[in-house]
Write a protein that binds this ligand. Sequence first.
Ligand code: NDP
Length: 311
Amino acid sequence: MEKIETLIIGSGPAGYTAAIYAARADMNPVVIQGLQPGGQLTTTTDVENYPGYPKGITGPEMMEDFKAQAERFGTDTRWGMVTNVDLSKRPFKVEIDEKSHVLAETIIIATGASAKWLGIEDEKRLNGYGVSACATCDGFFYKGKDVVVVGGGDTAAEEATYLAKLCTNVTLLVRKDKMRASKAMQKRVMNTKNLKVLFNHETKSINGEPGTVGVESVTAINNLTNEEINIPASGFFVAIGHTPNTSLFKNQLDMDENGYLIIKPGTSKTKIPGVFAAGDVADHVYRQAVTSAGTGCMAALDAERFLADQE
Ligand code: NDP
């Protein structure tokens, strides 16, 4: 069975940054790219907040740069999905695409998280053209415009109040008659003048055409009366939570109640020596490319020290 010194699962900013550091430290990293090579950023259009790109860059191009930089130092990037892992003993046995197996001395988990979507057709059609799941990433493009946010939890409250600072009007669609967000966040929402909450409202359609900047409007429906309203808006933000991609590690690694991996604070260490986590898979708070890249670097350095201690 093939032996791999440093196996990195996931190919977003965390995975590739770990690979850059690991490759330069002669740790022979192999990156298994996963279902969405390049990660969540490949579904974004422009990235303007990643340092080093003063003119901005598209998400897919940026991830090509990350990949090229990792490969420049010898990273072996491979297509495929990790379909099973056995963390009970080292080297760790890892199954790829349900057929082949490798043995890994150390593993860096950078499988990320996936934004939850409503599941309506318009969302897919207009993703990146006015539809987004990240206000911090894309809110800037709607400065001085009107936007709609969907969700009733802390993420929605936070994104809506963040957008209210940039946008003219924000409408928050909450499907129940109350929000799930913490009382403090709800208070902040209610005290924001240009933020209007529509309870018992769901999204019927997002209106506009791909290719243009922003959408035109959102049709919402009152789920008690079936009444429809048309809300003029350029941006549509889905903020109904994220799902960390951790099902592979269930019953093997510690997770919080939402499934995020628990790591030793200030490190990338999971409870199993030799297994490290980086990026959104262990972070439901910041979720930025730059913070993911930072923790990817930490994971490679932690793995390097771990391997050195084994010698
Ligand atoms: P949550 O699961 O807490 O909330 C999701 C919200 O989206 C709920 O209001 C839910 O409605 C709504 N929703 C789900 N599906 C749909 C749908 N199809 N259509 C319309 N609405 C829908 O997710 P969050 O991301 O908000 O929070 C996740 C965790 O992270 C929480 O523990 C939260 O406290 C934490 N967090 C903390 C922050 C902070 O402390 N600063 C910031 C952000 C998150 P319903 O209530 O009807 O189910």
